[in-house]
Design a binder for this molecule. Structure first.
Ligand code: COA
Length: 171
């Protein structure tokens, strides 16, 4: 079962991120992003198993900008599944449902920094060759983009401008 987060899920979401990443940074990032204008409540999704919240994914608004031009996009970050529930398809279900919901809400482009063995299965491709740059040092194979509608990436070039909350999370 996957649904948008509710207020009562906040604590479980914190614990899932903290235990999946083995540090509090991403959990704190989620809490900070909830207070940001870039936060999209319908794109903070939780996965439930036997009524327990075991997974979480967040898509936040970003811009892909040049000096003269700016295009709205989303970034997928972070996502986490409780260690005891990993490798059972929960993460994949969260990504697919998130992409479907984002498309339904009218979004066109999603950016992710993630493992190149994982995200291409959902349609992500390297973003650098498309002319999209990260504002931080990142290995080219981990910086990826996906279009939610055919042609949505056309003309989308420049540097991704993340909400400032991301700058406070290292690594
Ligand atoms: C990434 C994560 C959310 C995936 O959730 P999941 O429910 O285990 O995912 P699924 O069961 O759908 O998919 C498992 C696949 O992901 C791969 N995978 C998961 N984490 C991976 C990682 N850090 N590096 C490489 N591959 C990874 C597994 O190898 C597996 O691949 P396979 O299907 O080819 O065997 C989960 O492993 C997690 O919480 N990891 C720690 C936090 C993290 O690194 N988040 C991603 C960065 S924001």
């Amino acid at each position: 079962m996957i649904r948008p987060e509710r207020r009562k899920d906040h604590e479980a979401i914190f614990k899932i991120n903290e235990s999946a990443f083995g540090r509090p940074h991403e959990a704190l990032l989620v809490d900070a992003l909830r207070r940001s204008p870039a936060f999209i409540p319908r794109l903070s999704l939780v996965a439930l198993e036997s009524r327990q919240v075991v997974g979480h994914i967040l898509f936040t608004a970003v811009e892909v900008s040049t000096a003269t031009d700016s295009h709205p996009a989303l970034t997928l970050a972070p996502m986490a599944v409780l260690p005891a529930f990993q490798r059972r398809g929960i993460g994949s279900s969260l990504v697919r449902r998130g992409l479907d919901d984002a498309r339904e809400l009218g979004h066109g482009v999603v950016i992710v920094v993630g493992h190149p063995g994982y995200y291409p299965r959902f349609g992500f491709v390297p973003a650098g060759p498309l002319g999209i740059r990260a504002p931080f040092e990142v290995s080219s194979v981990t910086f990826m983009a996906l279009e939610l509608r055919p042609g949505a990436l056309r003309g989308v070039r420049g540097e991704v401008r993340y909400p400032p909350e991301f700058a406070e999370v290292e690594g």
